[in-house]
Design a protein around this ligand. Structure first.
Ligand code: AMP
Ligand code: GLY
Length: 420
């Protein structure tokens, strides 16, 4: 069995690492991957090949899969989804676990997602969409702050402003609608919701929804949830502040109805549906959907998964009834990032001591330089600890972090604080 994984970050490292442990003994290809992922061979014995084709080179990836007899392709990044890699592969007779671009609109267009939730009664914040600054400003003056302003399109996680004051909100509207900071697009203005957030990832095909363990991300750069938004500075799974009943409710009133709604809209969803949810005083509500595995959530959720991920995906694609099993342990991951991230940062930071770390490492942004690993991105790697409780997993992770941490790297020291 040959499996192709598309992407280059910590998420794809975790997907490949988990699939590599399958009793089906797959041979793994990662396009383009990163050289840190070669550790999978050492850890699992699986053959791992890095393929020098970019995530966005859909035609190149399709050629590679055909020529090499790839049996299954799993996609990480949203850029590949919006290029409609799922449709291109399916047309070529290749199996792929990914949504079509039409289905991935649940992530790529906030307005599409919001309209879908309104139409199918899926709980989310009240909202209104604007393309024009003057009209948006008038609505803002009527609603007041706090209010949430979201750019309608892909803005690499940076197109959301939770404005606590009118001034902040107005600045965001000006940036998005007058200065066109992210390009020509609209904004969605949303009611401000309060409560603990959690990520619920599910493997979906049509109406089948197989939930994975819930997790929580840390989006802000610095301790105390301060500083700019990032791709995610750490995560843990499970999330003790969220009761089991709330997760069951979220499945019944959010995840399953959305899968059904996508069928009704002629955009059946196949792949990973990621619910970014908030447990409000009125129950779970949707903050956003993504059409893919989350990063860094995947790096803690897949270690917690006991079932064989490869078999699960194959069975879901075959429309077999399946469910997932999980380890009892808790997992917590701490991201090491280059100083300056998410702004400008240095590359080529040496990562000498990673070899001494016994905890699981997933590489996010690294390259090889004269046979050794150096940083090549803002988020460099994630150290994942495990333990009986989140507190134990956290001590374990930080023990690993302390061995690697160097002068030009930084990390948050409070990952998991909401669980302690
Ligand atoms: P998003 O990109 O939509 O996930 O938004 C990024 C972050 O902004 C979320 O993780 C929340 O912390 C916050 N956020 C988004 N929408 C709302 C909302 N309606 N109320 C409160 N906070 C929100
Ligand atoms: N961790 C948030 C995301 O993957 O979008």
């Amino acid at each position: 069995m040959k499996v192709l994984i598309i992407g280059r970050g910590g998420r794809e490292h975790a997907i490949a690492w988990k699939i590599a442990q399958s009793p089906l003994k797959p041979e793994i290809f990662i396009a383009p991957g990163n050289p840190g992922m070669k550790s999978i061979t050492r850890e699992t014995g699986a053959t791992v090949n890095l393929v020098a084709t970019d995530e966005t080179d859909t035609a190149g990836l399709c050629c590679f899969a055909k020529e090499n007899g790839v049996d299954l392709t799993v996609v990480g990044p949203e850029a590949a989804l919006t290029n409609d890699i799922a449709t291109v592969f399916a047309a070529a007779g290749l199996r792929i676990f990914a949504p079509t671009a039409a289905a991935a609109m649940i992530e790529s267009s906030k307005q599409f997602a919001k309209d879908l939730m309104l139409k199918y009664n899926i709980p989310t914040a009240q909202y209104k969409t604007f393309g024009d600054y003057e009209a948006a400003k008038e609505y803002l003056d009527g609603k007041g702050a706090p209010i949430v302003i979201k750019y309608d399109g892909l803005a690499a996680g940076k197109g959301v402003v939770v404005a606590m004051t009118l001034e902040e909100a107005d600045n965001a509207l000006r940036e998005m609608l007058l200065e066109r900071k992210f390009g020509d697009g609209k904004v969605v203005m949303e009611e401000f919701l309060e409560g603990p957030e959690f990520s619920l990832l599910a493997l979906v095909n049509g109406s089948q929804v197989v939930p994975l363990a819930i997790s929580q991300d840390h989006k802000r750069a610095y301790d105390g949830d301060k500083g700019p938004n990032t791709g995610g500075m750490g995560a843990y799974s499970p999330v003790p502040v969220i009761p089991h009943e709330a997760v069951d409710t979220a499945l019944e009133i959010i995840m399953k109805p959305v899968a059904e709604a996508m069928i009704a809209e002629n955009r059946p969803f196949c792949g990973v549906l990621y619910g970014g949810l908030m447990l409000t005083s009125e129950g779970p509500k949707v903050i956003e959907f993504n059409a893919r595995f989350g990063d860094p959530e995947t790096e803690v959720v897949l270690p917690k998964l006991k079932s064989d991920l490869l078999q699960l995906i194959l069975d879901i694609l075959d429309n077999k009834d399946v469910s997932a099993e999980f380890h009892e342990e808790c997992y917590l991951g701490v991201v090491l990032a280059a100083e300056g991230y998410p702004g400008s940062y240095e590359k080529n930071i040496p990562l000498e001591s990673v070899g001494e770390v016994s905890q699981q490492i997933f590489y996010m942004g690294v390259k090889e330089d004269g046979g050794r690993l150096v940083s090549n991105g803002g988020r460099v790697l994630i150290v994942v600890g495990k333990g009986r409780t989140i507190a134990d997993a956290r001590s374990d992770a930080y023990e690993g972090v302390s061995l690697i941490d160097g002068p030009r790297l930084f990390h948050r020291k409070d990952i998991g604080w909401q669980a302690l």
